[in-house]
Design a protein around this ligand. Structure first.
Ligand code: ZN
Length: 387
């Protein structure tokens, strides 16, 4: 409906000297033109109709990609009119839709709404408005229907369309049958690229909320926990330790995709490290409880107990990503010795057969050499210490 109405009404003719009645009439006649909406909102605000003005301005923000300069004016006016908008972070999103999404009429409006709804759903935790700075296509038909392959196709499109902001890909290719373990979303921890599989007709996506939280540093805490950070289940609540991590990262930016540049300079290091310590402590506690349960199971079945124990201590590359990030936080906080322990652990979890594992192991090695050099210098009595 929105798409059809937008086509019917089109953009308003540009007049700079608008009398108030004409500005209001224009926004009514061209309700999908952010420029006209902003002009009408100015008139409404001057007439004391604050709520009506806010409504028009929020609509201009919803339509951000159609006219970014007007939408930016709308954001400034919202901050002036509404205290809720004053502290809100605004994050640009480059939206990429594959053929399965673009084959449906009104798909751009659908994705604008998906972003608006996820901003509201995460409002209590993040207070960020994700706005579409650009909405376009990418091609996924030629690659297999698993998210790693589709994510690769997305990465090849992004090279042509860079710029600050999140790069979010959307697909609606149906999950293959018997695909219980196949991923519905993929995001780089504290990076800026992600891909989300939408369900048919979906306008509000839990998977999108979950992946956005990965961009803000949240990890999978525990499998059985009722939380947005549990990859399975349907909880829209975020567990408290994850909420603390995400809040600590709230002021991160999306410029390079490299956490060392996009995250570290913009956050409170002490709080971020403490938040991760808390979240890792919960994770460790649940592993201990799992081991205790496995120990009890041993009385009835050794095989089942072995299985349970494996699940309880099983570590994966996701945990390695987290350790790598915490190591970077510790180094920035001048705690290199602790960072080294985590880097070594991350390298082991990635495994020496992977590129990421070899990279991390080389980083640990160079940090180790640097640390040894520092100690040697300070232990040499002929040199001044503390250099
Ligand atoms: Zn996840």
């Amino acid at each position: 409906m929105h798409a059809r109405l937008a086509r019917l009404t089109g953009p308003a003719p540009r007049h700079e000297d608008l009398v108030p009645e004409r500005a209001l009439r224009m926004a009514e006649a061209h309700p999908y033109d952010p420029w006209a909406l902003v002009r009408a909102a100015e008139v409404m605000a001057r007439a004391g109709r604050r709520d009506a003005a806010i409504g028009q301005l929020e609509k201009a923000v919803w339509l951000f990609d159609l006219d970014p300069p007007s939408a930016r004016i709308a954001l400034r006016q919202l901050a002036a009119l509404d205290a809720d908008w004053r502290d809100r972070q605004v994050v640009q999103v480059h939206v990429y839709a594959d053929e399965s999404i673009r084959s449906q009429s009104g798909w751009r409006f659908r994705l604008r709404t998906v972003l608006a709804r996820v901003s509201v759903a995460l409002g209590q935790i993040l207070d960020v408005r994700f706005v579409p700075i650009w909405i376009g296509g990418f091609l996924s038909e030629q690659v297999p229907n698993d998210l790693d392959a589709i994510d690769g196709a997305l990465a090849r499109s992004i090279r042509r369309e860079r710029g600050p902001g999140i790069h979010a890909g959307f697909t609606e290719r149906p999950l293959p049958h018997r695909s219980g373990r196949l991923k519905k979303g993929l995001a780089q921890l504290l990076g800026r690229q992600m891909i989300v599989r939408l369900e048919p007709g979906e306008f509000q996506s839990r998977v999108l909320a979950h992946e956005i939280l990965h961009l803000y540093g949240a990890m999978h805490v525990v499998k059985d926990l009722d939380s947005l950070m549990n990859p399975t289940g349907d909880s829209m609540q975020l567990d408290r330790p994850s909420a603390r991590v995400v809040r600590a990262m709230r002021r991160r930016v999306f410029l390079t995709g490299d956490p060392r540049r996009d995250v570290l300079p913009h956050i409170d290091l002490t709080e971020a490290i403490a938040a991760y310590e808390a979240v890792l402590a919960v994770n460790l506690n649940f592993r201990r409880m799992g081991l205790q349960a496995a120990f009890r199971t041993r009385r009835t079945s050794r095989y089942q107990a072995a299985d349970e124990a494996r699940v309880a201590v099983g570590m994966d590359t996701h945990l390695a990503d987290v350790l790598d990030i915490v190591a970077a936080l510790l180094r920035a906080d001048r705690r290199p010795a602790e960072a080294l322990i985590l880097l070594d652990a991350a390298a082991r979890l990635y495994g020496s057969e992977t590129a990421r594992g070899r990279e991390t192991s080389a980083a640990a090695e160079s940090l180790r050499r640097w640390l040894l050099g520092v100690y040697r210098v300070s232990e040499d009595p002929r040199r001044p210490s503390g250099r």
